[in-house]
Structure formats: C-alpha cells, structure tokens
Design a protein around this ligand. Structure first.
Ligand code: NAD
Length: 257
C-alpha cells in the first residue's frame, strides 16, 4: 500500500485530500505537515508535525498544497530522504522554480498548477485553437474564492503558456495582466489576463479567442476541490517506481503534447 503524507493537511486542499484518501484501499495516510494543528480534518488520527524533521512516520510520497515558503523548506528535505513529491502549490518565483528543478534531480516529482483532468485536456485544446486561430485576440478570465493570494491563478498562467506555445512565442513577451486606466488600443498578438476574486468560487477559467466576426470560448468550471485531490492522488500512484525527474499532468494522463 502506498504511504502518503499531506503537506498542508489543515488547509482547504489538505481536507479534500484527506476525504479522498479515507475512501481508498490502495493508499494509506501516514503523516501530515502543517503549522496549524487546530484545523486538522475531523477524525484525522495520523501523525502531524509542523516540519518534516519532527516526523517519525515518513511516507513514500508527499502531496503538497501549501505556500511557496513552506514547499521550499519541506521539498529539499524530502529530496534528501528520497521521498517522491506531488506539488500543487502555486505562486513560485523564478528562484523557487529553480530550487524545485534541482530537487527533481534526486526524486520523481509531479508539478501541476491544476491537477484536474478536465483542465489538462483544456490546455491541449487551447494550444491547438491558438495555433489554428492565429489572428484571434486571446483573453483569459479566471475567478477564485476570496482567500486566494496569487493572481493570475497558476492555471490561468498555464493556459496562457499553452496559447503562447500554439503561436510559437514566449508568454512573458506577450502577457498583459490587469488592465486599468488609459491603456491604449489592444496590441496585436498579446494575451490578456483578468482575475476575479470573491465568495467561495472553487475555480473558473475561460479562454476566449476573439476574431473578427466570431468568438471561440473554451471554459472549465471546477465545482469541488475533490477534482484536484483525485488528480493529485492519481499522480502520486503514477510516481511509484519512476526515475527522478520533473513530470507534469499530461505525462500522468498520457495526453498528447
Ligand atoms: P490553504 O491556505 O487553505 O491551506 C494551506 C495550508 O498550508 C494551511 O493549513 C497552512 O497552515 C499550511 N501552511 C502554510 N505555510 C506553512 C508553513 N510554512 N509550514 C507549515 N504549514 C504551512 O490553501 P489551499 O486553498 O489549500 O491552497 C494551497 C495551495 O494550493 C495554493 O498555492 C493554491 O493556489 C494551490 N492549489 C493548487 C491546485 C492545483 O490543482 N494545483 C488546486 C487548488 C489549490
């Protein structure tokens, strides 16, 4: 049975993972890491500590949905111990991403800004549409709950990267986020981002391809965090026996590139 540890077990995604794992026969929750032990999932009996060094029961694989500073303290320690890693935390800067790549030289690691199967399918469709509708203006709109701390969402950025890849350009060269004031006319070839924050929205993403005379809109609606939890657990199981390296969800799901 695959031994799992949840990093961020007291958080929203930590709870969703816990709920999924208790219903599974093929995996076992052996530990959790969280600095907040007052909000553990109801019925949680596994060992929980504020950091990896205080744990007695180490897992085969950690699943991490926390904050970049937390990941960047737990992941190197997990890599030293040869523990595989599923990483869902978003909002890393370039040096954080570099640190993750270095760790993935020692352990197999799946990183995804969105673990839902539907969003990963959407990424492939966006790339294809961007390539076919070369003249269309690409606009990405995302909406999330009021507690989300980063914008645009990691998923919106991945959708932007997919559209940019379809056009053969780098997203950083064409990205326009959060327009305000006298912006001037829209520049041809740019990819726009708009972020909405409010209530308990789990995650909405829409990619609009606006051409003269027609619009194609590709949309994804997440109604429950269970979709991310199930995808992350699928990734954790897929990692068993894999060589060290940085993997993504298309690899886990066997989607075409
Ligand atoms: P949350 O705030 O509800 O949970 C985060 C948990 O991490 C909290 O319990 C907090 O106490 C803990 N934590 C934070 N810093 C810590 C530290 N230094 N040491 C120990 N514990 C620490 O957040 P959430 O809604 O569960 O989201 C977490 C992350 O996952 C965010 O980055 C979010 O964007 C991302 N996310 C990704 C996906 C995906 O599919 N990749 C889906 C949903 C959320």
């Amino acid at each position: 049975m695959l031994k799992i540890g949840i990093v961020g077990i007291s958080g929203r995604m930590g709870h969703a993972l816990y709920d999924c794992i208790v219903g599974m026969d093929s995996v076992k929750l052996v530990c959790g890491i969280d600095r907040n032990v007052s909000a553990l999932p109801a019925g949680c009996r596994c060992e929980v500590a504020a950091d990896i060094n205080s744990l007695n029961n180490l897992p085969d694989v950690f699943i991490d949905f926390t904050r970049p500073d937390c990941t960047l303290s737990v992941l190197p320690e997990a890599a030293e111990r040869g523990i595989a890693y599923v990483l869902g935390t978003t909002g890393f800067d370039d040096s954080g991403k570099e640190g993750i790549k270095n760790c993935a030289e020692k352990i197999p690691l799946v990183m995804a800004s969105n673990f839902s199967v539907g969003v990963n399918l959407l990424l492939a469709l966006v790339k294809q549409t961007a390539a076919v509708m070369q003249d269309a203006d690409v606009e990405i709109v995302e909406a999330h709950h009021r507690y989300k701390v980063d914008a645009p969402s990691g998923t919106a950025l991945s959708l932007g990267q997919a559209a940019a890849a379809g056009r053969g350009v780098n997203l950083s060269d064409v990205m326009v986020a959060g327009r305000s004031g006298i912006t001037g006319e829209r520049k041809y070839g740019t990819i726009g981002f708009s972020s909405i924050r409010g209530g308990d929205i789990v995650g909405e993403h829409s990619v609009m391809f606006c051409a003269d005379g027609e619009i194609v809109e590709l949309k994804h609606h997440a109604s429950s965090r269970a979709t991310f939890a199930r995808g992350a657990l699928r990734a954790a199981q897929w990692l068993e026996g894999k060589a060290p390296g940085l993997y993504d969800m298309p690899a886990v799901l066997g989607l075409p590139r």
